[in-house]
Design a protein around this ligand. Structure first.
Ligand SMILES: [Zn+2]
Length: 399
């Protein structure tokens, strides 16, 4: 089975995670999928492989013991935003740059998605317009499988000892919850997940979630004068006091934001949920301060209402680690050079499992897979770029 066939086999399984689930992994389909991977790994002849009680798969292939053990990590779940699995993906060979009709309703075109034009002449895999593709991160899984298959059938080729791990629930931020650095046994690791094939990330957002609870006072609207406190309008006032330009739709690059991602409410109680992001830890502290300051001023202004702010850290910028130790990055730079590819470093406007794993003591930058427009029906993967990632990772392992 080549990596394209394997990729298609894996995207057929709907492994979307569920942020409202209280089990781990959040969906049983991920366990089914993990079992499938276990069987396939054994079929490849990989003997050192196990699944732990949380559904994480760990394994390895021995190599040159004089070299540092390198870890490769990909996640098994797909975004909860839209279903994946069980549909007819389409392979478009020798892509000509024209709009791609996904189905009667949806067209993938370069006007909306300019990155498409980078793939002229390449082979792409696109969705049926109703599902996400699942390349995030089954492209990563298929790439790692191809590498394991290669070294397992070529024992004569010298390479670093390889460890690998497939994790569940990355898309809901819980991918590293049960990740065991000791079990991984690697000196450095790389997540292989999403984006342009030559894009490497070792900077990501610092991230917090903020919940704002607004408590009002509900009475009959007919006799509400000077009595009712409508928590919904108070919540709107709260939101209006935040910096209006500091939102995802108005920021890019290193600019941080406060994103109101969810609101539900009634007269008595309204809940606002925000995600707060910034690459700079000093800046994000100021953003969080804004929330507390607004809370205090509104609690003063409306003594009969009550506003509570709950702040939770989600993840940190892994650059805080890499600024002092660039070993994993320099290694990658040499691998890119060896295969004549240009490495591009870009700060992630999000987080990765790798960021959390880095702070657990295993430095873990991210390598792209050639998967684009993830989390939706316009997702596509470039087969040519996946092949390039495979050769880059081989160069990394043979360095
Ligand atoms: Zn991903």
């Amino acid at each position: 089975m080549n990596f394209v066939e394997r990729f298609i086999k894996y995207i057929m399984v709907n492994t979307k995670s569920d942020e409202n689930s209280s089990s781990y992994p959040s969906t049983s389909t991920q366990i089914e999928f993990a079992k499938m991977l276990l069987t396939d790994l054994k079929e490849l002849g990989i003997k050192d492989v196990e699944m732990d009680q949380y559904g994480l798969i760990y394994g390895g292939i021995s190599g040159d013991n004089n070299k540092d053990i390198i870890g490769l990590i990909a996640h098994m779940d797909t975004s909860p935003e839209i279903d994946g699995g069980n549909f007819k993906p389409r392979i478009i060979e020798n892509y000509d740059g024209n709009p791609i009709k996904l189905n009667d309703k949806y067209v993938l075109n370069s006007e909306e998605f300019p990155s498409l034009l980078d793939h002229k002449g390449q082979s792409l895999i696109v969705t049926d317009g109703e599902h996400l593709l699942g390349g995030d991160d089954k492209a990563g899984i298929a790439i790692i499988f191809e590498i394991l298959k290669y070294y397992n059938s070529h024992p004569e080729i010298k390479h670093a000892p390889i460890r690998f791990c497939f994790t569940p629930d990355e898309e809901i931020g819980n991918g590293a919850d049960h990740f065991d650095v000791k079990k991984m046994k690697a000196k450095i690791a790389y997540t292989i997940d999403g984006g342009k094939y030559n894009e490497v990330n070792y900077e990501n957002f610092n991230a917090y979630s903020v919940k704002v609870d607004v408590y009002g006072r509900g009475v009959h609207p007919g006799s509400a004068k000077n009595i009712m406190i409508n928590s919904i309008t108070l919540a709107m006032e709260f939101n209006s006091l935040l910096p209006s330009n500091m939102v995802p739709e108005k920021t890019e690059g290193y600019e941080g934001f406060n994103h109101l991602s969810d609101i539900k409410g009634s007269v008595e109680h309204t809940e606002l949920n925000y995600i707060i992001r910034n690459h700079d830890s000093g800046q994000i502290a100021k953003q969080l301060e804004d929330f507390n300051n607004i809370k205090e001023s509104l609690n003063k202004k409306y003594p009969h209402a009550k506003i509570e702010v709950t702040i939770k850290e989600s993840y940190r910028n892994m650059y805080d680690y890499f600024k002092n130790d660039m070993t994993a990055i320099h290694k990658l730079e040499r691998a890119f050079e060896k295969v004549n590819e240009k490495i591009i470093f870009s700060p992630i406007r999000g987080g990765t499992d790798g960021a959390r794993i880095t702070f657990m003591g295993l430095p873990c930058p991210n390598i792209g897979t050639g998967d684009y427009n993830c989390h939706g029906r316009y997702e596509y993967v470039s087969i040519d770029e996946m092949a390039k990632v495979i050769s880059i990772v081989k160069a990394l392992l043979e360095e």
